[in-house]
Write a protein that binds this ligand. Structure first.
Ligand SMILES: [Zn+2]
Length: 251
């Protein structure tokens, strides 16, 4: 019997890395063409190796991968963008890792998810390169990730009476619906002022090109970030370990 061996090239973000033995590394790649792939990189721990830096967490690179049966091995890797450099603080690093965890949870093996990859790459860019306010980029990433992954809230109007906006509207964390002050609410609802509601509507409904093109005051961004973090956790019923750590270090 002959073994099936193929070689292919794809761009990918390294979303997880694990050292194996003396000099091997097992990396989880969020690839542009094949979704999630776990691949071995031989000799990757050797810092002189060109493969070494390209297989580090938070690196976006072009990978040539050899597939032998069900096992993948990185044959060649050329870095395109590194999202973690000197000067990044613990909050930025933790959120970067959180974005990788989101990708790892929502992307699947064998199926491309270019919308999610584009979101994660852009969020890493605005967080680490443009130095945008971390809670704001976190909120954009969480809520848009929820939309892409089938957990979109309905923020068009009050679910009960159709009222479009008010000084305070209420957001149902469990059913993802909006309610006005007077309509009946069951379950847990969080109050949204006009600024936060319009920011959430922007994140959910805007074209991708305009997704990051808005600003709100930092104190509102923090509230928004708490809401979106809670929403994605409740909706997916997933325990994000990097998010839990972020909660302990956020300002
Ligand atoms: Zn109503």
């Amino acid at each position: 019997m002959t073994e099936v061996q193929t070689r292919f090239t794809t761009e990918a973000l390294v979303i997880k890395e694990m050292n194996v033995g003396e000099s091997d590394r097992l990396v989880t790649l969020f690839t542009r063409d094949y979704g999630i792939i776990k691949a071995f990189a031989s000799g990757a721990k050797n810092i002189k190796s060109k493969k070494g830096s390209a297989t580090s967490l938070l690196t976006y690179a072009s990978f040539t991968i050899k597939r032998k049966n069900e096992s993948y091995r990185i044959y060649e890797a050329t870095p395109i963008t590194m999202f973690f450099g000197a000067g990044s603080d613990i909050v930025v690093l933790t959120l970067s890792q959180y974005f990788c965890e989101l990708a790892n949870v929502f992307a699947v093996a064998g199926t491309p998810n270019t919308e999610l990859l584009r979101l994660i790459l852009n969020s890493l860019h605005f967080l680490t390169k443009e130095k945008r306010y971390p809670p704001l980029i976190k909120a954009v990433t969480e809520l848009r990730c929820a939309v892409i992954s089938g957990y979109s809230p309905n923020l068009i109007a009050c679910d009960g009476c159709g009222k479009f906006e008010d000084d305070i509207m209420y957001f149902g964390i469990i059913d993802g619906e909006l309610k006005c002050q007077t309509c009946e609410k069951q379950g847990e609802y969080l109050p949204l002022d006009r600024t936060i509601l319009s920011a959430m509507r922007h994140i959910v409904y805007s074209e991708f090109q305009k997704l990051y093109s808005f600003e709100i005051p930092n104190d509102k961004a923090k509230i928004l970030s708490d809401i979106t973090g809670k929403y994605i956790t409740v909706q997916t019923d997933h325990k994000f370990s990097t998010l839990e750590f972020y909660e302990t270090i956020k300002e």
